[in-house]
Design a protein around this ligand. Sequence first.
Ligand code: CP
Ligand code: NVA
Length: 330
Amino acid sequence: AVNLKGKSFLKLLDFSPREIRYLLDLARDLKRAKYAGNEAKMMEGKNVVLLFQKDSTRTRCAFEVGALDQGAHVTYLGPSGSQFGKKESVADTARVLGRMYDGIEFRGYKQSDVEALAKYSGVPVWNGLTDEWHPTQILADLLTIEECKGKLKGLKFVFAGDARNNMGNSLMVGCAKMGMHFAAAAPKELWPDAELISKCKELAKDSGGSVEMIDDMAKACKDADVIYTDVWVSMGEAPEAWEKRIKALKPFQVDMKAIKVAKSDVIFMHCLPAFHDLNTEVAQDIHKKFGLSEMEVTNEVFESKHSIVFEEAENRLHTIKAVMVATIGK
Ligand code: CP
Ligand code: NVA
């Protein structure tokens, strides 16, 4: 049987398809129980701390609500206000938090920091996003796809945009492990690391899936079951990156043309937050500088019947809860 007690959740590469399946099934059960009003509390008496170097809406709220639903107590340490990163090192912070808390969530820049937290704290550490990986997001995405399509195996999944970022990397691994056909729709310079691509091709061989890189949006999206995108510039990247990215990725914007070449029941997904209109400060700023009013996805697609982005966002809660229950629950 699968047993994840005491384990950290740092990146999907550390988990077997069976373990990922276990987490998805547990998330589905927890979601049902919450809806039915009979959720059993598996984390009573536990304390968890959420350590954020970067901003967050979904991830923070999912950890907080998930822990509270399960009877645990939560401390939030934001990008400012703790000693972490300024006066105190990762290793020292880890040894302090590990003595007070049963589990630690970390969102930050370096993957090596989340790995060090796990090493020095001695308690399960959950990666809430680093520059390299965003593993809890992928669990929510897989659960959402399965809810919509009834399966994962054999589905054609397209990731359009910056395929080198945390989402591109993590989705490629998740799809490869779960027997899906992953295609990155991106210009060559934004394909994932060659080494990671070949690793994922190996994984896909075992699972019956496949991994492809395609420098052409229409070709990549042909007959897709899922089209996924993410911001063109990620948290922590220099604002100067925008100009180059817009040039490189404009042909890979998810618009109705992409939806039309896909399967008629294609679903559109996005981890959010998304640039699909001018209703944010950052979008207005970019509009002023570069003239674009929609970026990685058009508002038409974002608001269309194909879009399941808010179901996907809700599933952050159920899947993150599953990760906590599986690793520190009774
Ligand atoms: N998708 C996601 O991680 O969102 P937040 O940045 O709001 O946590
Ligand atoms: N690639 C994005 C994901 C946000 C959830 C970022 O890192 O900013």
